[in-house]
Design a protein around this ligand. Structure first.
Ligand code: WT7
Length: 590
């Protein structure tokens, strides 16, 4: 199948998708009709309920397929970093997560306890996530790149009761364990061999599993009960714990069906790590709930390896991110031409603006357009998307999911007409919406204005109801799709003895969208040098996270500040970009 591009107006190009090009009809055949006829009540019926108001998201993702005709269907093809391969059927995943749920219950983990997962993309990560939800506990995920400081903040703020990790990562938690009084149990995944000797409060995964029964009745959860949480960054303060309810699965299921267009004979690959909400909603819950066979690749990004995975597993539906697509583009057409990628039939992308060149390149190389999708950690589910059955306008994020009301509002939360730039806002009440910010209801309330959820993004809507991204409305940085709060980076910087003050911004970058740039004022006795710059970079990388360090450091004598002493990142950014700095009336006289 080959889709073509047509020009529609001065700057707009459109990919039309005539029905005859679909080998199987899209799951969502008529977007307009779906919007008209939509009811959440009907959407709820896609999911299995214990009674009117009770369900378990993990039961829906896996267990319900483990008893029906999909029980011997492969749910997970895993390929490890060193080329190891494993596969798990729905029945096997169901039993393994039952065993772990029993084992976690045995060490006293109860409904509502926070259990965090700090693992590479091993099958055990997925088993643990399911087990925690089945038990009724709240699963938290952590990026493998996190350093001790980032771990302490997250495990401390959530009062995590237990962590599932591997011996090789445990050191980073151990070094801050004294500051984590609530952390009682550490489960060490040793499935692929270790000589780790557990002390009190440490448990070897394989031993726990060997002793555990594979029957487990999943906890009967109210729709509103908490299922999982993720820490994400805002403009100010430390990262915040965004909490999702079990009923998020309703929308994650339906969006995976309608937007990712999963069919039973598809092989699906979501390249996102579950440390990111994409890896949960469309790497575990919504996609398995559709009975999809998923590929999990533990290895890092590498163009040839990625193409090899697509070819080897016959991947047909692929959900990835713009930075990865740009890196594939950079690797050149030859890299792609060496592989048979004709198995692909549907491509989607998320996380940052998807540039038109990336879509044109996809059409060239795969004969398929990437479908941009927009959402956030807080929204729990894709809310704006390009659907298989409607034309893609290059550069647009697409149209709201049926049942979701999106709009553009002004500073007071009043709706604005098409074509007007403003705050992208969503009418609250969609099932996958976050339910709280952990222990910080005030932060949660800050998101809402005049009965709109304010996303923090600026956008406009065109006359046909397509949404177009303009940029963040705040100082949040998006680097290679990862969301980084400038405050966290600034805090880590000033922890370095040589740094007196620091201001951090996102600097536009061709490949990564943005890179983190720090402006640093050194302590009086310090001399700037390339060595010191490198030392500071490594310091932040180790403490915070592998992705959240400043790629660029500029030493400056003073930072622009308000009279109350707040660093004006807006001014730093304008100077960096050579733009007018705007209203400086609150700038401190220096
Ligand atoms: C922010 C949310 C939920 C997975 C994505 C990461 C940016 C997301 C797009 C898109 C332009 C996008 C926004 C948003 N973003 N998708 N299609 N086009 N920007 O979730 O880490 O919570 O980040 O990512 O700025 O607010 P997240």
């Amino acid at each position: 199948m080959t889709f073509t591009l047509r020009s529609a107006g001065e700057k707009i190009e459109v990919v039309d998708k005539p029905a005859e090009l679909f080998t199987t009809p899209p799951n969502l055949g008529n977007y307009e009709a779906a919007c008209r006829e939509f009811s959440w009540e009907q959407a709820r019926r896609e999911i299995d309920w214990f009674d009117e108001d009770h369900l378990n998201a993990a039961y829906n993702a896996v267990d319900r397929h483990a008893v029906g005709w999909r029980k011997n269907k492969v749910a997970l093809y895993w390929e490890g970093e060193r080329g190891e391969v494993e596969k798990y059927t729905f029945r096997e995943l169901s039993r393994l997560s039952n065993q772990l749920a029993n084992a976690l219950a045995d060490i006293g983990i109860k409904k509502g306890d926070r259990v965090f997962i700090f693992l590479p993309r091993l099958p055990e990560l997925y088993i643990a996530f399911l087990a925690i939800l089945k038990l009724g506990a709240v699963a938290g995920t952590l990026f493998a790149a996190f350093g001790p400081e980032a771990l302490k903040d997250r495990l401390g703020d959530s009062d995590a009761r237990a962590v599932v990790t591997i011996p090789g990562y445990y050191e980073r938690i151990e070094s801050v364990r004294g500051d984590l009084p609530a952390l009682k149990d550490v489960i060490l995944v040793d499935t692929r061999g270790t000589d780790f000797r557990p002390k009190a409060g440490e448990h070897l995964y394989s031993k726990m599993m060997a002793e555990a029964d594979h029957h487990f009745a999943p906890a009967v959860m109210a729709a509103e009960d908490y299922a999982f949480m993720l820490y994400t960054s805002g403009t100010t303060g430390k990262s915040k714990g965004v909490v999702h309810a079990h009923e998020a699965i309703i929308q994650e299921h339906l969006s995976a069906k309608w937007i990712l267009d999963l069919k039973d004979d598809d092989i699906y690959w979501c390249t996102a790590d579950p440390g990111w909400v994409t890896g949960i909603a469309y790497g575990i819950l919504g996609t398995w709930s559709n009975g999809a066979t998923s590929v999990i690749y533990e290895g890092r990004f590498n163009p040839r390896e990625w193409y090899r995975i697509v070819e080897k597993y016959d991947v047909s539906v692929w959900y990835t991110a713009p930075t990865a697509i740009r890196m594939l583009m950079k690797a050149g057409p030859k890299a792609a031409a060496d592989f048979d990628l004709s198995c692909l039939r549907h491509l989607a992308s998320v996380g940052e603006p998807l540039n038109p060149e990336a879509i044109r390149w996809g059409l060239d190389v795969f004969g398929l357009p990437f479908h941009d999708t927009w959402w956030q950690t807080e929204t729990g589910s894709i809310l704006i998307a390009n659907y298989p059955s409607i034309p893609v306008k290059l550069g647009s994020m697409g149209r709201p999911f049926p049942g979701v009301t999106a709009s553009i509002v002004d500073d007071d939360g009043n709706e604005m007409p098409p074509g007007t730039p403003g705050h992208l806002a969503i009418k609250p009440g969609w099932p996958a919406m976050f339910r709280t910010v952990w222990h910080n209801e005030a932060k949660y309330e800050e998101y809402f204005n005049n009965d709109w959820y304010i996303t923090g993004d600026r956008a406009y809507m065109d006359s046909e109801g397509y949404f177009w991204f303009i940029g963040r409305g705040d100082d949040v940085i998006k680097t290679a799709g990862e969301r980084v709060g400038p405050f966290e980076v600034e805090s880590a910087l000033v922890d370095h003895a040589a740094v007196a003050e620091a201001g951090v911004i996102g600097k536009p970058d061709m490949m990564r969208g943005e890179i983190i740039k720090a402006f640093v004022v050194l302590a009086t006795d310090q001399e700037s040098s390339p060595e010191l710059s490198e030392e500071i970079r490594v310091f932040v990388k180790k403490r915070l996270a592998g992705h959240a360090y400043p790629r660029e450091i500029e030493f400056v004598d003073v930072l622009p500040k308000t009279q109350s002493g707040k660093i004006m990142r807006r001014v730093l950014k304008a100077r960096e970009l050579g733009l007018p700095v705007g209203d400086l009336s609150t700038l401190e006289a220096t």
